[in-house]
Design a protein around this ligand. Structure first.
Ligand code: HMG
Ligand code: MG
Length: 296
């Protein structure tokens, strides 16, 4: 059976955009339940400015409470050297730098141009490599930008290539505001796979217009075998007005198992976890699967 890797981003991309800040104990319980359901890569926090993203302010405590030797990867976002200092203090083994294919989004999200951000990431990369830390690279706005509208596929390819050549082991392609449709996914992947092998790519689809599952199916057909998703469809982006959550992990697992792929995830335990975090946030899970199955 072909394996598809899921990068669970709920504790970071999900919770960073929730109105209510979740208590540290609840975050840790969420991460434990996600790991128990079989997920092996769980993005656990972000070493960013607490003024910009208050929900991630307890990332050091989160990381310090996790067992980093249990065979599960817990990457964290790092935008600059200061973020890397915190990641090193927390003892993390994997970080993710995050750039964008849109100048305007780059400015709003990390207060830097694309070129400036790549310079910052070069510095982070050199120090991370010296410390034996794996580095993942994100490209945001790969199918559209909240400020610039359409983004040309070659712009996505340029940033993806820069991150890959710098040493990122995987490039996650983010439809930050969920505006993509399958033909756009194909055109974007055609451009990116000219410069980065498809085996080094991940799809990161937000579900604003309900297209994420269709887009994942298209990316699967193009050979992508890693997808980012959030339990219960949590998430969004504080610097992308109107962006809804990531595609829900339960719905992605349902799709993948239905297509005959292996994920290693127990769908029922995952649906229980979706209800757990939804109840903590006093709302329903955002996934079709958890809602259809109901609370057990
Ligand atoms: P800045 O204001 O330009 O930074 O922010 P600065 O270097 O001018 O420093 C200003 C203050 O911030 C100083 O503190 C620094 O020490 C502090 P002060 O002297 O005023 O007390 N600072 C930091 N504090 C904590 N951690 C740091 C850090 N760096 C500086 N790492 C910065 C620049 C990048 C820090 C800021 O813009 C920021 O934190 N941005 C993060 C935005 C963010 O997290 N966005 C969401 C994640 S991206 C996303 O969701 C998309 C994704 O899911 C993919 C997709 O969907 O497309 C990944
Ligand atoms: Mg995102």
């Amino acid at each position: 059976m072909t394996h598809v890797k899921i990068v669970e981003v709920g504790p970071r991309d999900g919770l960073q955009n929730e109105k209510h800040t979740v208590a540290l104990a609840t975050k840790l319980e969420l991460i434990r339940k996600l790991a128990d359901s079989g997920l092996r890569c769980i993005e656990a926090g972000a070493f960013v400015s607490p003024k910009w993203v208050p929900q991630m302010a307890d990332s050091l405590q989160v990381l310090q409470a996790l067992d980093l030797d249990a065979g599960i990867d817990y990457p964290v976002l790092v935008p600059n050297d200061k973020g890397l200092d915190a990641a090193l203090e927390a003892g993390v083994r994997e970080i993710a730098v995050f750039g964008a294919a849109s100048e305007a989004f780059s400015q709003k999200n990390i207060n830097a141009s694309i070129a400036e951000s790549l310079q910052r990431f070069e510095s982070v990369m050199k120090r991370a490599q010296a410390a034996n830390i794996k580095v993942r690279g994100y490209v945001s706005c790969v199918l559209g930008c909240p400020y610039e509208g359409d983004i040309a596929p070659y712009k996505v390819a340029e940033v993806a290539r820069a991150l890959y050549n710098m040493g990122c082991y995987e490039i996650s392609l983010g439809d930050t505001i969920g505006v993509g449709t399958p033909n756009k996914v194909t055109a974007m992947l055609d451009a990116v796979t000219e410069v980065v092998p498809v085996t080094k790519l991940a799809g990161h689809f937000h579900d604003t217009y309900g297209m994420a599952i269709a887009n994942i199916h298209t990316a699967l057909q193009a050979g992508v075998r890693t997808f980012d998703s959030s339990v219960a469809g949590l998430g969004g982006c504080p610097y992308a007005k109107g962006a809804s959550g990531n595609v829900a992990t339960e719905d992605v697992v349902y799709l993948l198992h239905g297509l005959g792929y292996h994920t290693g995830v127990d769908l029922e335990q995952l649906a229980d976890t979706a209800w757990f975090i939804a109840e903590a946030l006093v709302r329903e899970p955002g996934s079709k699967y958890a809602k259809a199955r109901g609370l057990r």
